[in-house]
Design a binder for this molecule. Structure first.
Ligand code: GLN
Length: 263
């Protein structure tokens, strides 16, 4: 079996170790004896999205997003076609925003997105920053997905399906309890960290998604994730408790307070 990944705009969209997600997917594939090929494509470079099982876009600051938004005028329609055909896509923060309809920065610039996700994003005055835990109902085992978020953008879903529900943290906009979005095999999320290091259950879910288009339903050989899942649990409890202490005081009416619930 061969896993083919494309990291789009690695020089522009790669905040807080986002590239680590590719290292993790590749390593988990190699541990199972598969071959892995990772390509990198950036501004002005041609891309054949159908040549890949997974396309990855990380996060990036507003300025870089502006440049990428221009380039996506060319690559975007191809990405749309590929997503419709079932190519898996993982996008984080700034990359996620640019797969929606548009991102409006704090300075009022509007960066058009690809329109793959039914979302739009507008920057707010306060950055939504901190540790976050999310419940992804479709993941086996029910463990939360933990990570770190840092964005001024507030993303709003216009229909469509959120990726998960915020247990604590802000998520899409700090108001409606949603986090990320999913459409066919494309996922968008605000979680950095990198996302997959502390969430091996999500990493395997994404590997399966990536392989499905060419190989149909794939059963993954289980790996020993005891250590990673202990980290997941500890991080979840540690930052959950901190959030509990921070937010147990009576809430002011100010919007964009993180949601809180600890199981
Ligand atoms: N510039 C965007 C925002 O602040 C994206 C930031 C990021 O990718 N972390 O909302």
């Amino acid at each position: 079996m061969k896993l083919r990944i494309c990291h789009l705009y690695p020089d522009l969209l790669n905040l807080y170790g986002d590239r680590g997600n590719i290292l993790i997917l590749a390593q988990r594939a190699r541990w199972r004896g598969w071959e892995v090929e990772v390509d990198y494509r950036s501004l002005g470079e041609r891309i054949d999205p159908f040549a890949y099982d997974l396309i990855f876009l990380g996060g990036g600051p507003d300025q870089e997003q502006g440049v990428v938004s221009e380039d996506l005028k060319i690559k975007g329609p191809l990405l749309l076609e590929a997503a419709e055909a079932g190519v898996a896509i993982l996008s984080i923060c700034g990359g996620y925003q640019l797969l929606g309809h548009f991102y409006r920065s704090a300075r009022g610039e509007v960066f058009p997105g690809v329109g793959l996700f039914p979302v739009y994003t507008e920057a707010g005055a306060k950055r939504l920053r901190g540790n976050i835990a999310v419940e992804l109902g479709f993941l086996p085992g029910g463990a939360p997905v933990v990570g770190f978020e840092n964005h001024s953008g507030r993303t709003y879903l216009e229909g469509g399906e959120p990726l998960g529900r915020v247990l604590y943290g802000y998520g899409n906009n700090g108001l409606d309890g949603t986090e990320g979005v999913r459409y066919r095999r494309a996922l968008g999320t605000y979680l950095h960290g990198p996302l997959l290091a502390k969430n091996p259950h999500l990493a395997d879910y994404i590997l399966k998604l990536a392989l499905e288009r060419r190989h149909g339903q794939v059963e993954l050989e289980p790996l020993d994730d005891a250590l990673e899942m202990t980290v997941n649990r500890q991080v979840y409890l540690r930052f959950g408790r901190k959030n509990f202490l921070k937010f147990r005081r009576p809430r002011s009416s100010s919007p964009n307070k993180p949601a809180f619930s600890l199981r």
